[in-house]
Design a protein around this ligand. Structure first.
Ligand SMILES: Nc1ncnc2c1ncn2[C@@H]1O[C@H](COP(=O)(O)OP(=O)(O)OP(=O)(O)O)[C@@H](O)[C@H]1O
Ligand SMILES: [Mg+2]
Length: 233
């Protein structure tokens, strides 16, 4: 345990507040820290602030007050160029997927790898692997806009995982999936986590919370962190 506590944080929130204009308090005084290589569950009922918290980590939203450190950098103080590099290290699977509907599944998943100049052969192998793992091989050349929601969800997860990101953020990743497909997604997370990725899974899926274990479970209620079980286990 001692060696674990001495490890530096890869993500740290210090008294973070997020108010959406004019006056929706989405997060209030949220502080926590996550160590590199941990898998974390983020729970809380609808509207609690889970998606907001994930969007703050990938700087899609900005805090109203407080500090957010990601990979040792305080987000408000980094340059746009540094931010672009940092974003390449974060795989984000959005709750509403954000796939490009006119592009095929293959093209969507290839995007983060193309941005980082991955060789075509590697891109092809990685996509074939991910599609096979997530039971999507027969949809490879279908446009994302034509997929069912569960298929879009898995395609979005494959895109987020494509680059073996050091940080993977997954927002309700099993929300549209049956149990068998949910297990495939958890298998993908487990593989990435073993390969070194730090993973945050926002979920209120009782099966996930029951059947899988995480290094920490962060629970938010009405924007406040009410449970941080790091010290409990
Ligand atoms: N862009 C926005 N503008 C204004 N209010 C917002 C915005 N996004 C979220 N909110 C509000 O902030 C609060 C937290 O929302 P958030 O989406 O983070 O919750 P959540 O825990 O992810 O919920 P769910 O489980 O339904 O996905 C809610 O009250 C929501 O209505
Ligand atoms: Mg949400």
């Amino acid at each position: 345990m001692d060696t674990e506590t001495s490890q530096p944080a890869i993500i740290e929130f210090i008294k973070v507040n997020k108010i959406y204009p004019p006056d929706v308090v989405a997060l209030r005084d949220v502080s926590f820290s996550i160590k590199a290589g941990e898998m974390i569950f983020l729970t809380g009922i609808s509207g609690a602030g889970k998606s907001t918290l994930l969007k703050l980590i990938c700087a899609m939203e900005h805090p109203t007050k407080g500090l957010i450190d990601v990979q040792g950098r305080e987000l408000s103080s980094i340059t746009p160029a540094e931010m672009q590099l940092l974003r390449q290290k974060i795989g984000m699977a959005y709750q509403d997927f954000k796939l490009l509907p006119g592009l095929t599944v293959y093209q969507n998943i290839a995007m983060p790898m193309e941005v980082t100049y991955t060789p075509n052969r590697t891109i092809k192998d990685r996509i074939n692997y991910l599609l096979d793992l997530l039971n999507l091989t027969d949809k490879k050349h279908i446009r994302a806009g034509k997929l069912s929601r569960g298929e879009q969800q898995r395609a979005a997860l494959a895109r987020a995982a494509a680059n073996y990101p050091p940080i993977l953020l997954a927002d309700e990743p099993t929300g549209n999936l049956d149990q068998d497909n949910a297990r495939l997604v958890m298998k993908l997370f487990d593989q990435l986590n073993r390969a070194g990725s730090t993973i945050i899974i926002a979920t209120h899926d009782p099966l996930i919370l029951r059947d899988y274990s995480a290094a920490q479970t962060l629970e938010i209620r009405q924007g406040e962190l009410i449970k941080n079980d790091t010290l409990d286990n």
